[in-house]
Design a protein around this ligand. Structure first.
Ligand SMILES: C[S@@+](CC[C@H](N)C(=O)[O-])C[C@H]1O[C@@H](n2cnc3c(N)ncnc32)[C@H](O)[C@@H]1O
Length: 398
């Protein structure tokens, strides 16, 4: 079957039409003329797979990754960086418009390195084969390098088989000094630990939550702040964009007094703004992350910061008029509605919302819309070549 790709959808897939029915074709590009197979047929839509590119779109560019056709990671690697940035900007503005949020985002902040930027990857191991999942499946794609992972992580990927893992998962994290923390979940006995320790800059190996070598954390630095990050604590995957984000948050907290940092992780944003303000309270659900946050308070000599370990929706009594600014940096599921309603009820002056999921961000902006006005909105290309994008949004009371 032949088809012309008209545009991208909000998940980075090309869209075409067959007899007025919409079809989504992963890895296709607007302007492509394709021969396709239909792989899924639903009442309202179809899903297709490229069989042959009859005429490539002018937007296509040479793909440098040998795994692109099957990998689920970098769906936009076949267009130029400027097209990728344009796509993300357009996508956000389309989602805002569709949801009647009257704001146009004008700019997207470029990554400093379009390749080798990720400080964390997770590999699957199935029957001794090592790689990523293919597309949105649980089928393994064997890999021995990753174009977006930091080079020190890439060096290790090539040798992960030496651990002799049969089935499991391996996460590799890298800090600003290119020190590596390896986190393995597997019931297999690991081999060659000494080999890895003597050949790589490894600060810790953690197996099933227990430290096998070195430490179960590392110290990372962004914008002259030091962060202890435990093996299972969150930290942003792109250091350049993190640094940019920290600067943006600083800019918008210079007139703040008391800041509530909800979903605070290891305290990155709390500590970052602490010099601007009288006090900061950070709230985070992961116990290890809160232990790190308290450690990081001492490490950075910040007296005006404190932390609570809790689900955000269980500390509604802490969300009060005492705070003039709330930072929200939730996981992909967004902010609990009760938390948003409490912020509205307490009349808190400013909200700084950092989001990795535009759909839940816009859902939450709709709840805030009657009471808060968007004052600034930046997109950040945190996850270059994937369809994902980071948003930074400042809202003030109407
Ligand atoms: C996107 S991360 C942001 C972390 C931090 N602001 C930073 O910049 O490093 C979201 C954080 O929210 C935490 N989290 C997830 N659900 C939560 C909840 N219901 N209540 C509190 N924290 C939660 C996660 O553990 C994670 O650390």
């Amino acid at each position: 079957m032949e088809i012309e790709v008209i545009k991208f959808d909000n998940l980075g897939r090309g869209i075409g039409y067959i007899n007025n029915k919409i079809i989504f074709i992963p890895k296709s590009v607007p302007g492509d003329i394709l021969k396709i197979d239909i792989v899924k047929e639903k009442k309202n839509y179809l899903e297709g797979r490229i069989k042959e590119i009859i005429k490539p779109s002018k937007l296509r560019k040479k793909v440098l990754c040998p795994y692109f056709a099957s990998c689920g990671g970098c769906d936009l690697l076949n267009i130029s960086l400027s097209e990728e940035l344009e796509y993300k900007l357009h996508k956000i503005n389309a989602i805002l418009k569709k949801n009647n949020i009257n704001y146009e985002v004008k700019e997207i902040i470029k990554n400093s390195n379009e390749y080798y930027y990720r400080n964390k990857i997770t590999l699957k191991v199935i029957n001794k084969k090592i790689g990523y999942y293919q597309g949105k499946t649980h089928n393994l794609l064997e890999i021995n390098n990753c174009l977006v992972a930091r080079k020190s992580i890439n060096a290790l990927i090539k040798e992960i088989d030496k651990f002799s893992i049969i089935n499991g998962e391996v996460t590799i994290r890298c800090n600003n000094k290119e020190e590596l923390l390896i986190i393995i979940n597997s019931s297999d006995k690991l081999a060659n630990i000494e080999y890895f320790v003597s050949n790589y800059n490894i600060v810790g190996i953690v197996l099933n939550g227990k430290c096998l070598y070195g430490e179960d954390y590392f110290i990372h630095s962004v914008n002259n702040h030091l962060f202890k990050i435990s093996y299972n604590a969150f930290f942003q995957v792109n250091d350049y964009i993190s640094s940019y984000l920290f600067n943006l948050i600083n800019k918008y907290t210079t007139n703040s007094h008391n800041v509530l940092d909800l979903y605070c992780g290891v305290g990155a944003l709390s500590l970052n703004v602490s010099d601007n303000v009288l006090s900061v309270l950070g709230v985070e659900i992961v116990e290890n992350a809160i232990k790190d946050a308290n450690f990081n308070k001492g490490l950075n000599k910040k007296e005006n910061v404190s932390f609570i370990c809790s689900d955000t929706k269980n500390i509604l009594n802490k969300i009060s008029k005492t705070y003039d600014t709330v930072i929200l940096d939730p996981p992909r599921c967004g902010v609990d509605e009760k938390v948003l309603k409490k912020i509205i009820d307490e009349n808190i002056n400013k909200i700084i919302y950092v989001s990795c999921d535009p759909f839940t961000l816009v859902r939450d902006l709709k709840i805030l819309n009657d009471n808060y006005e968007i004052k600034d909105f930046h997109l950040l290309d945190m996850f270059t070549w994937s369809e994902h994008v980071e948003s930074f949004c400042v809202l003030e009371k109407r």
